[in-house]
Write a protein that binds this ligand. Structure first.
Ligand code: SAM
Length: 226
C-alpha cells in the first residue's frame, strides 16, 4: 500500500460553496444522476458508457468543467470521466451542458482517488490535471495532488502510449511536477523546446483558471506513458 498521506484520503479544499440557485439545485436533482459515475471496483471504464466508447480519459479537478465538456463534444467515441469535489463547480458544469447533455461524459462529485483506486491496469488513454491547487507553502507541499506515488498510480491506469497532461500557472508546482515526472521511469516528457510547453497546444481546450493565471504565465506539460 502507499505510505504517503496523499493516499490516506484526506481531501484538501472545499466541497461546499455559496448556496446554489434554485435552477442549479434542480439540475443536481435531475441531470446529475443521469451522468453520475457509479464506481465499481475493477470495471473496464468503457463499460461506464452507453453506447460503449473506444477509449476513456480522466480529468482530475475539472473545476467548472469547460475543458472536459469541450473534449466530450469533439471526441464522441471517447468517454470523459471527471472528478470534482466542489459542489458549485459540478453545478456550473451541469448548467453548461443542460441544453445538449453529452452521452459520453460521467461525473464523480468527489475525490479523484476514488476512481483511480477502482480502475484496472492500463484502462485509460489520458489523464488531465490542469491548474491544480498549488499549495505554495513548503509545509503544504505534501498536499499537492502530484506526488511520485500519484505518478505511479497514473502509470498503472494508463496504457502504454497513454498521456498525462499537466498545466499550472505556479512556477513552483510546475518545477515540482517536472522534477518528479522526469525522474519517473514510466513517463517521458514530449517537449523538444520551450515553445512546446510555454503555450497551450491548440488541441487543449482552455480552462477557467488558465484565464485567471493569477500566479504567472502558465506551462503545459505532456508526458507519455512508456
Ligand atoms: C485551482 S482549481 C482548477 C480547476 C480547473 N482544472 C481549471 O483549470 O479551471 C483545482 C480544483 O481541483 C479540485 N480538487 C482538489 N483536490 C481534488 C481531488 N482529490 N480530486 C478531484 N479534484 C480535486 C478542487 O476542488 C478545485 O476545483
Amino acid at each position: 500500500m502507499f505510505e504517503h498521506e496523499q493516499f490516506q484520503k484526506k481531501l484538501y479544499g472545499r466541497r461546499k460553496g455559496p448556496k446554489l440557485s434554485a435552477h442549479k439545485e434542480d439540475l443536481r436533482q435531475t441531470l446529475l444522476p443521469k451522468h453520475a459515475l457509479n464506481i465499481v471496483q475493477g470495471t473496464d471504464p468503457r463499460d461506464y458508457f452507453a453506447p460503449r466508447v473506444e477509449d476513456v480519459w480522466l480529468e482530475i479537478g475539472f473545476g467548472a468543467g469547460e475543458h472536459m465538456l469541450a473534449l466530450a463534444r469533439t471526441n464522441p467515441a471517447v468517454g470523459l470521466i471527471g472528478a470534482e469535489p466542489y459542489e458549485s463547480g459540478v453545478a456550473k458544469l451541469l448548467s453548461h451542458m443542460e441544453d445538449n447533455p453529452p452521452a459520453n461524459l460521467r461525473i464523480h462529485e468527489g475525490d479523484a482517488r476514488d476512481i483511480l483506486a477502482a480502475l484496472p491496469d492500463g484502462s485509460l488513454g489520458k489523464v488531465f490535471v490542469l491548474f491544480p491547487d498549488p499549495w505554495p507553502k513548503t509545509r503544504h507541499h505534501k498536499r499537492r495532488f502530484i506526488q511520485t506515488e500519484m505518478l505511479t498510480a497514473f502509470a498503472r491506469v494508463l496504457r502504454a502510449g497513454g498521456e498525462f497532461r499537466f498545466a499550472s500557472d505556479d512556477a513552483g508546482y510546475a518545477a515540482w511536477t517536472l522534477e518528479r515526472a522526469l525522474a519517473h521511469p514510466d513517463f517521458a516528457w514530449t517537449a523538444q523546446s520551450p515553445a512546446d510547453f510555454n503555450a497551450r497546444p491548440s488541441h487543449w481546450p482552455p480552462t477557467r483558471y488558465e484565464a485567471k493565471a493569477l500566479h504567472g504565465p502558465p506551462v503545459y506539460y505532456s508526458f507519455v506513458r512508456a
